[in-house]
Design a protein around this ligand. Structure first.
Ligand SMILES: [Zn+2]
Length: 694
């Protein structure tokens, strides 16, 4: 089930998914929180007022919370996102348990219950052993030449990448597909091809010289050997060394995360007929035929040199090595659907070693994750009906309107931007679709077969169902209001090619959004998130798309130069942060998120000020409205993480760690006046050094 997982997220404020992805769903127990009962305002008990806000605002707002919070053994970290995810999961558990207990009233409910049952059927899974994979193993074994290999690699292509809406730039399969609006023709879906082929989280895990990565690679080797031995494969060590050498060679061809994000570099429409000359080494005709893509005349290639490199490796690497690679990947990618020993070894490496999580979450919770993953809209329909009242939707919609209007005003106020560029920016903002709570239409799963006692089959069919859905829509008209998230997801997203935002129901909960909380706290928490997503419309990636979602330069050269110079300052600011002595934040890799954080903080602040209509916000325990705004901002971002996980995030995540995201406040003039921050304090920036973008 790895193939369809969404690894991390372009717009997610805290990449909760990546925290959970390799370890399944976290424990459904509220942990490390103190805001639950006090969610109607800022939590003074969480603060450390012995710290000067101008020295360390994150600890000033969260110091006590950081001290008293203990990371549970089955977690890589604790955050508001994780807390809300617990609540959402608990609700989904309740929904599914109701369905399992009572007779389902329709086919969708029946599928939810049966997928869940198939995941929980551990005795059946144990008894089946590797039988469910025998057909796949036989097919791998039957590959007699490189033409057959090309067919096998084409047949495993799945719709498992999403570079723009999720930061999902590679898959464990050889390559991956994204079916999305075209860069030059956003009214129609087209096929994007992206790099793949490695199991560890990123190329850096194979290539980095750091001691941490060297030691992790030794453990990876031991893990692959163990998986092959469990499958009773001969010469496990020899095969493992070949597999890892191949993955290493693939990783060398991969683009870095910072390169992946440069959308203009990704706009490479290749005629299908040209692949053979552009990327020799793979029988592309066989590949595309097996993938069902033969009628796609033009395919967008996101990382051309990686595709060229991977195709060349098909020719230069012996067939036997590729067969070992296919076998190992089949075991790894479906480890949870195999007997316990496989699932445990998978967790021992990808959970314990890669993320630092000590203990695997209970199977029931991973079953819930599975149902959310493969039948997300079916579950979402039930969730939205039970947990997202129309009043909440109306309140959030009103906030969105205020923040969008604040953003319009900020555009007007930019001193260096020409009227032409401003007109286009306004047009883009006005065309933005903002989805609140749940989608306008639901995905139809009627052609997906789900069986009560066939977990692996359910996973393979679900992946294929999504793939066929992706293929079927190629060339058809884009639905700009289609969601890429389900209501129980604790997340938010900006979809640049659709010029749209999604705010699922599960993130519109306390402490982000609380109908009982003072308005200022809602603006500091969910308001800044809404502002963050709106700002993605104009971040270093978003700025490349126009109002219709077309990849087009709508800037005057001088304006774009100004924008580039301002964002370069932000890159420098973040390059200076060092979470570890040997590892600093990559200011370029985190740039779009940092721009969005800055824009979101400022736009929501303006919207909050405007909502006061000249009145003063009520004080809370001696804190002024403005102070509450910034404290609510910092508290809704608190997070505590294990070192291994923090390191993985710094290397693979587009988001900066929570502490440094909070430090974005040092660019906001209002923060200085709210807390009397002055020269000499650690976070102080002279007015001319503060980054001003939107
Ligand atoms: Zn974001």
């Amino acid at each position: 089930m790895k193939a369809l997982k969404k690894f991390s997220h372009k717009s997610l404020l805290q990449t909760l998914f990546s925290m959970l992805v390799v370890v399944g769903v976290a424990t459904v127990v509220l942990v490390g929180q103190s805001n639950d009962s006090a969610s109607a305002g800022i939590s003074v008990a969480d603060m450390d007022r012995s710290v000067q806000p101008g020295d360390d605002f994150y600890r000033y707002a969260n110091g006590q919370w950081l001290q008293k919070t203990v990371i549970p053994p089955d977690r890589a970290g604790v955050s508001v996102f994780a807390q809300l995810d617990d609540i959402s999961k608990r609700r989904v558990v309740a929904l599914i348990e109701d369905l399992v207990k009572s007779a389902p009233t329709n086919e969708g409910e029946r599928k939810i219950a049966d997928l869940y049952r198939s995941y929980m059927d551990e005795a059946g899974i144990e008894a089946n052993g590797l039988k469910p994979l025998q057909a796949e193993f036989a097919a791998i074994d039957a590959n007699k030449d490189k033409g057959a290999l090309a067919r096998a690699l084409g047949a495993q292509l799945r719709a498992d990448e999403d570079p723009l809406n999720y930061t999902n730039y590679h898959t464990a399969n050889f390559l991956g597909l994204w079916s999305a609006p075209g860069f030059d023709d956003p009214d129609h879906y087209m096929a994007y091809l992206l790099q793949g082929g490695i199991e560890m989280p990123d190329r850096e895990y194979y290539l980095s010289d750091s001691d941490a990565m060297r030691s992790l690679r030794d453990k990876y080797r031991a893990h692959v050997i163990a998986m092959l031995k469990l499958a009773h494969l001969s010469e496990a060590e020899v095969r493992t060394d070949r597999i890892i050498a191949l993955e290493h060679a693939i990783a060398e061809k991969h683009w870095t995360l910072a390169e992946d994000q440069e959308v203009r570099k990704a706009n490479n429409p290749w005629k299908q007929a040209d692949f053979t000359t552009k990327a020799p080494g793979l029988d592309w005709a066989e590949f595309f035929k097996a993938a069902g893509l033969q009628s796609a005349k033009v395919i967008m290639v996101w990382q051309p040199s990686a595709i060229v490199g991977e195709a060349a490796l098909v020719r230069s690497t012996p067939l036997e090595t590729w067969k070992d690679w296919l076998t190992y990947h089949a075991l790894e990618d479906h480890a949870d659907a195999l007997p316990r020993a496989f699932a445990e070894d998978h967790f021992a490496f990808f959970g314990r070693e890669v993320t630092g999580v000590q203990q695997q979450s209970p199977r029931q919770h991973r079953a819930i994750e599975e149902v959310n993953l493969f039948l997300g809209d079916e579950v979402g329909k039930l969730y939205a009906a039970r947990y997202f009242p129309p009043e909440s939707k109306a309140r959030v919609q009103a906030m969105v309107a205020n923040i969008v209007s604040a953003f319009h005003k900020r555009i007007d106020a930019i001193p260096w931007m020409t009227a032409d560029t401003k007109t286009q920016a306004h047009a883009k903002l006005s065309a933005l679709y903002v989805g609140i709570g749940y989608p306008e239409t639901w995905k139809d799963y009627s052609s997906l077969e789900i069986k009560r006692n066939d977990l692996l089959g359910n996973e393979l069919r679900s992946e294929l169902f999504e793939y066929h859905r992706a293929l079927d829509r190629l060339g058809k008209t884009v639905d700009r209001r289609e969601w890429c998230m389900t209501p129980p997801t604790v997340n938010a997203v900006n979809l640049p090619l659709q010029n749209a935002l999604n705010f699922p129901a599960a993130i519109l909960e306390p402490p982000f959004f609380d109908a009982k909380a003072p308005e200022v706290v809602n603006y500091g928490a969910i308001g800044s998130i809404i502002g963050h997503e709106v700002s993605h419309t104009f971040d270093s990636e978003g700025a490349a798309f126009d109002a219709a979602g077309r990849l087009r330069n709508w800037w005057t050269p001088a304006d774009f130069q100004h924008f580039d110079a301002a964002t370069a300052k932000l890159v420098q600011q973040y390059n200076q942060y060092r979470p570890f002595p040997d590892l600093s934040i990559n200011g370029k890799q985190t740039l779009p998120e940092n721009i969005a954080d800055l824009g979101g903080l400022l736009a929501a602040y303006d919207a909050y000020r405007a909502s006061l209509n000249g009145k003063q916000a009520p004080e809370q325990e001696g804190f002024s409205g403005d102070q509450q705004y910034f404290i609510a901002y910092a508290q809704s971002r608190h997070s505590k993480m294990r070192d291994a996980e923090l390191r993985r995030r710094v290397m693979t995540d587009e988001h900066s760690p929570a502490e440094y995201r909070t430090d974005i406040v040092r660019n906001a003039d209002a923060w200085y006046s709210s807390f009397a921050v002055h020269e000499g304090q650690k976070l102080y920036l002279a007015p001319e050094d503060r980054v001003r973008i939107w």
